[in-house]
Each structure stands twice: as structure tokens, then as C-alpha cells.
Design a protein around this ligand. Sequence first.
Ligand SMILES: C[C@@H](N)C(=O)N[C@H](C)C(=O)O
Ligand SMILES: [Zn+2]
Length: 299
Amino acid sequence: APALPGDSAPPAPSAAQQRLIGEYGPATDLLEIYEAGGRLYADGHGLHVQPLESASGLKADGGSVTLDGARLPRRDIGAEVVAQIRAGEHGDPAALRAAALRATPPAEPPAKRAMDLVPITRFDPTIKLDIRYAGSDNFMGFPLYERPAAYLQRPAAEALGRVQQALKAEGLGLLVHDAYRPWFVTRMFWDATPPEDHMFVADPARGSRHNRGCAVDLTLYDLATGRPVEMPGRYDEMSPRSYAAYAGGTSRQRWARDLLRRAMEREGFQVLAEEWWHFDYKEWADYPIGNTPFSALPD
Ligand SMILES: C[C@@H](N)C(=O)N[C@H](C)C(=O)O
Ligand SMILES: [Zn+2]
């Protein structure tokens, strides 16, 4: 039997539909235009799952929507949050890093298991890496890691290898953005992120499951082209598009997101409700919080 039975990707929407799909209006009361079953719908801002062609009073041209005469501009909430973080009081990378390195992780009772971090490509070298925190293409806008490495605790890395094998039958592979993360980096994320967006970064007072070597941030790539598969939102986007249950975007994007989730769940990983790309391995509570930088981990 196929590893992930019953899957076939829905068709992509037409270019004309693509131009309209998105979020419009005030952040606290967004109007969402999305595709389902080949049709466009408007939802929010006083409308409820309204087929676009029958939404009287609504005119959409892509750049903005006019609803009952009021103009609702297109929004990219994630990009707005990134701009806020980079302009914020904690925008100085060196000062942020120095403060985080001076701080100490929370004290905890002895962990059940010792750290046993292994490179995540050890059990399947076809897992691809694009380690965003080792470069500047991340929400902070500067490198946080000394090298583009990805480690997980051994049982989690083995499980990830099995996910990769299962996805091969679908012509897909895993593209990893992050795995083990030293605690001081979690502290830097927390300090730099506006409090209203703290749901997207772990509280250093409890530690991240990444610090325990048991969380992985990842997406899918197409084995034939090597290109990432389109998802409903961007990696590390701090907006509702990141929620695992987000109903917007296109059927094809939601299909890919849900396929990734099912493939991961079959091997003991659980998705984070706020982030479609973040998965915790089931044994995370057994491991201690790690603060070892990548420069001190073996290659
Ligand atoms: C920062 C983001 N990639 C992430 O991993 N968030 C979760 C909540 C975490 O920090 O553990
Ligand atoms: Zn994560």
C-alpha cells in the first residue's frame, strides 16, 4: 500500500484567481479571499464564507478590495511584523546576543535522558537543508548560528528519516529550516519579538523544544524539480496564515500543508497549532535544555 494513500494534489487556481487571494483591511478585522473547490470566497469583515461572485458590494482588483464603498488595502501582516522587529529597540544584534549569552537557562530537575544529538541527514542524506538562522534570510535579519547545521536527538532523527522515505512515494522530500537551537538564541528571539507576537517564539523561561533537540522546522520539496512546495504562508511568518488550521490560501497549499502534517504525525511528531512548519518529537520532555553553540558541536 502507498505510504500516504488517497493523496492527489488539487489543481492550482487560475492566474486571475491567484491575483485576488489574500488578506485585506484592518489587522483586527481582516477580509480574507481564498480558494476552495475551484471557487473564490470572501470571509471576515462582516462577510461569512461568501462566494465572491455573489458578494454584492464587494469589488476586488488584487491591490485592494472595495466593500460597500470602503477601500480595504491588501495586507501582509508577516512582513509588517518583520519590519517592526528589525526597527525595534532590540534590533542591535551584538547587544542582543551579549545579553542572551550572559543569561542562564531555567533550572530543571535532572533529565531522564542525556543529550544524543546527531546530524539529521545521518539516516537519510536526501533530506535537504536550508538553515535560515545561519544566514540573514530569517525574521531577525542577521545570522544567529555559526554554521548551517541541523541536529536532533537520535530517535527523532531516525523518525525523520522514516518520514523522508514515506514521502518519496509521493515524489516529495523534506526541506529543513531548523532543528536543535541553543537556548540563548531562543532568548534572543523572545527579546526581539513584540509581546503581541510571542505566540510564535518559545518562552525562554520554559525553554523551546528546539533547545531539547526534539523540534524541527521544515517544509516539503519536489523531488523532481528540487523546488520548495508552496504552503499557505511563509516560514516563520508571524500571522494567522501560519496556523496549522488556517483555512485561507488555496486548496493546493492547504493540501501540501496537511500532507506534511500527516506524514510527520505517523512517525511521532506533533504540529504546533500556531506554526504549520514546527513539529515536536513525542519524547521531548525526556531531554534537557541545551545551550551549546554550534561551534562546540562536532561536525
Ligand atoms: C521561531 C520559530 N521558528 C519557532 O521555532 N517557534 C517555536 C514556538 C519555538 O521557538 O520553539
Ligand atoms: Zn520551530
